[in-house]
Design a protein around this ligand. Structure first.
Ligand code: C2O
Ligand code: CU
Length: 439
């Protein structure tokens, strides 16, 4: 098997690059960059990045602060930046054609908003995202709690995959219809980038902020060498922290984990595949922390959440259709309209639904396709309704398996026009998107 094939079994430890932690910049310049995705000594990969690197710089603000950044577009085609998961002012949401004009070549846009929720978020291009994100236009956005949890290290773990050629370039064909009609553009090379890359000690308590920044791949992740709990999903604290056992991240989803290091050697991030576990990356463990006393992992302080009015909730259904092996596909798609919501592919002039501000809605997401989809709503978080009909995790992206139906409950309290789409970006490119309006 070719060593760059996805299932390489050699250690990728040496590949985890050193990203330097800079303080939050006041400008984000999107530009071509070259990245050392392959091991040192092998060719670099031409990509797109922010301020000279992909991933872009870590943006950190404290909860409640105003986030102010000038975006300059030097990538040679239109772009815009979306602040994924942040419940912000609609005009700052970064969706060309819906909330702003595309930022043209060599033009700029001033983004300014209040970061009212603490948590783990990320930013990424929202113009031709299936290509611009695949090429590296993204980075982490961390909103720090005013009273952060007591940990020894706060580490960001970005998980991505790339489709590489032999020469170390990204394979082209970003709009390949076969990919779009199936699971999207899956890479043949995957990695977890840890930032900052400092060694930790056995006995240390760490916070791990996992972010799946891949365009299309769902990552189940197993963490070895640390024992702990999931304390937040998609940036939002869980009322009771959950066991770490089954962690699955759809594209764009995040998990915050607080864990104690049990291994004397390393924390390893494993991706289980049919052909065995694939090592995405690791954090070296050096010496031991003898001072830390064992203690419970407690919940993070909650962000402000408006309780839904279930008795008066609007009831809606959004059915995912299309893709390979579907009736829609058999009938032949027009102009790349491979996927649809309720029979409609792509954005229409009128919203899928117009909500009154503050209205609660229960939306039934019906996956009538042969593929899983990660459905993302802009500007809001929503509750996943559990099998017991109770309100479960509060997220901005929900993974609905092939053939599955999932209800979500959302309080539409953020005025404006908000995109609702599959975050498998190849599916979004091929029609799986719509929008809602909150008056
Ligand atoms: Cu992560 Cu429509 O966005
Ligand atoms: Cu999808």
């Amino acid at each position: 098997m070719n060593r760059r094939e996805f299932l390489i079994t050699t250690s990728v430890a040496a590949l985890v690059p050193r990203i330097t932690l800079a303080s939050t910049p006041t400008e984000l310049v999107a530009q071509p960059v070259s990245a050392q995705l392959l091991p040192d000594g092998e060719p670099t990969t031409p990509m797109l990045g922010f301020n000279g690197s992909t991933p872009g710089p870590v943006l950190r603000v404290r909860q409640g602060e105003i986030f102010d950044i000038r975006f300059l577009n030097q990538i040679g085609e239109g772009s815009a930046v979306h602040w994924h998961g942040l419940r912000i002012d609609n005009a700052m949401d970064g969706v060309p054609g819906l909330t702003q004009d595309v930022v043209e070549v060599d033009a700029e846009f001033a983004y300014r908003f209040r970061a009212s929720d603490a948590g783990t978020f990320w930013y990424h291009s929202h113009n031709r995202s299936w290509e611009q994100v695949a090429k590296g236009l993204y980075g982490p956005l961390i909103v720090e709690e005013l009273t952060p949890p007591d940990v020894d290290h706060d580490l960001i773990v970005l998980i991505d995959d790339w489709r590489m050629t032999e020469a170390g370039t990204l394979a082209d064909g970003f709009e390949n219809m076969h990919d779009q009609a199936h699971q999207g553009r899956l890479g043949n090379y995957a990695r977890a980038l840890v930032e900052p890359s400092t060694p930790v000690r056995r006995g240390d308590r760490v916070r791990l902020r996992l972010i799946n920044v891949a365009t299309d791949r769902i990552f189940p992740v197993e963490i070895e060498g640390a024992d702990g709990k999931i304390v937040a999903n998609d940036g939002m604290p869980l009322v009771s922290p959950q066991e770490l056992s089954s962690l699955i991240l759809a594209p764009a989803q995040r998990a915050d984990i607080i864990a104690d290091i049990t291994s004397p050697d390393q924390i390893a991030f494993m991706f289980p595949t049919q052909d065995g576990p694939y090592l995405l990356g690791e954090i070296p463990v050096e010496d031991a922390n003898t001072e830390r006393q064992p203690s419970e992992i407690s919940a993070l302080l909650p962000n402000e959440v408006t309780q839904p009015d279930l008795d008066n909730a609007a009831s809606l259904t959004l059915t995912m259709e299309g893709g390979a092996m579907s009736r829609r596909m058999m009938q032949g798609m027009m102009g790349g309209d491979i996927w649809a919501f309720n029979g409609q592919s792509g954005l229409t002039d009128t919203p899928f639904h117009l909500f009154e501000r503050g209205q609660t809605a229960r939306i039934r997401l019906v996956n009538d396709t042969r593929f899983p989809h990660g459905i993302h709503l802009h500007g809001h978080h929503f509750f996943e309704v559990g099998a017991d009909d109770g309100l479960g995790a509060f997220r901005d992206t929900t993974l609905v398996d092939a053939g599955e139906t999932r209800d979500i409950v959302c309080v539409f309290d953020n005025p404006g026009k908000w995109l609702l789409h599959c975050h498998m970006l190849g599916h979004q490119a091929a029609g799986m998107k719509t929008w809602v309006e909150v008056a």
